[in-house]
Ligand binder design. Structure first.
Ligand SMILES: Nc1ncnc2c1ncn2[C@@H]1O[C@H](COP(=O)(O)OP(=O)(O)OP(=O)(O)O)[C@@H](O)[C@H]1O
Length: 318
């Protein structure tokens, strides 16, 4: 392959097997991430997300498989590739005795030797995470949200082409979480390929172009959020607050076309649908015809949790 060739894949993982003694953490796991994607790795705690990242980065040895980054085999000594990669791990990993500026400068300096260039890169990273007012602060003086931003700045200051974010929003307040997500989208717009791991389906849905759902070290499903949702039977749920439904009305509502499951608890009826158009209109017509008193009515589209639930039989939050 010559220099001009455009690589299609930022990451190619084939048949990866990783054991911790007898425990199989990754079982014949495949992954392909295209250049320019924000690729989501979604799975419950312990499903193997961090192990996958550490194997890709050659920070962990593995028992079987092949890992390629930008078309080249990745090994622990692939320094040319590592220069192109940024990593933001779940746990904040900065030096307590160094200031914000010094920390970012240190991590950037692992890859960027030229001092003038590095100074610019560090300033760019500080501006990116909006820590301009905290340059001389020690990490212990920063709030949790600011500390996360410092952690991100350390991971991305050398302007990598491929960035791993491993659950960067765990235990982060909603405002900082949104800032982090916006920042990731911006990095992607500037050209970086992103791998984003999370067990929060809402975040993955919000920013990822494709999503791989994993469980117990294996792929459960892969696709865009729309494709994943089409894989399951459920198409929508309709909720109706109707505390005084008679048994007969309940039965008739449950027999409306395309309803395949339902529940009625604390005066709230939930009808679960597979397919069909105008389902809500049909419910409203029934309520009117039978003069049923009702309060709130709303519909919910399937979530990635529903996808996970239908395929594995358990919820993502277990
Ligand atoms: N060093 C280790 N020794 C033994 N088992 C391990 C080790 N590291 C991870 N595991 C196990 O491997 C499985 C996958 O762990 P991993 O951390 O990759 O999952 P994860 O999806 O990243 O979870 P989390 O969301 O909690 O970070 C878990 O069951 C975990 O207990």
């Amino acid at each position: 392959m010559n220099e001009e060739t455009v690589m299609e894949y930022a990451i190619e993982v084939k048949d990866l097997v990783k054991r911790y003694k007898d425990f199989v953490a990754l079982s014949h796991f495949d992954l392909e991430v295209k250049e320019g994607e924000i690729f989501g790795l979604l799975g419950p705690n312990g499903s193997g997300k961090t192990t996958t990242i550490n194997c890709i980065l050659s920070l962990l040895t593995y028992d079987q498989g092949d890992v390629r980054v930008f078309g080249k085999k990745m090994t622990s000594t692939s320094y040319d590739l590592k220069r192109e990669i940024g990593v933001v791990m779940q746990n904040v990993a900065v030096f307590d005795e160094m200031t914000v500026y010094e920390n970012i400068d240190y991590f950037c300096g692992l890859y960027i030797r030229d001092k003038k260039m590095r100074k610019q890169y560090v300033e760019d990273a500080i501006a990116f995470v909006e820590l301009q007012d905290y340059k001389k602060f020690l990490p212990k003086k920063l709030s949790g949200g600011l500390l996360r931003r410092l952690n991100i700045a350390c991971g991305i200051a050398h302007k990598p082409k491929l960035i791993f974010f491993d659950e960067p929003t765990v235990a982060v307040d909603p405002q900082s979480r949104n800032k982090i997500l916006e920042g990731i989208v911006e990095l992607n717009k500037k050209g970086a390929t992103i791998i984003y791991t999370s067990h929060y389906m809402e975040e993955v849905e919000q920013i990822c172009s494709r999503i791989l759902i994993m469980d117990k070290g294996q792929k459960v499903a892969l696709g865009t959020k729309e494709e994943l949702k089409k894989m399951i039977k459920k198409t929508e749920s309709i909720f109706i607050e109707a505390p005084a439904l008679t048994d007969e009305q309940l039965l008739e509502l449950r027999q409306l076309p395309h309803v395949y499951d339902s529940s009625y608890q604390d005066g709230m009826l939930k009808l679960i649908y597979s397919g069909g158009n105008h389902n809500l209109i049909r419910v409203m017509e029934y309520m009117k015809e039978h003069a049923v008193l009702f309060g709130k009515v709303y519909t919910e589209l399937p979530s990635l949790n529903d996808v996970f639930l239908e395929i594995t039989g358990k919820t993502l939050r277990d």
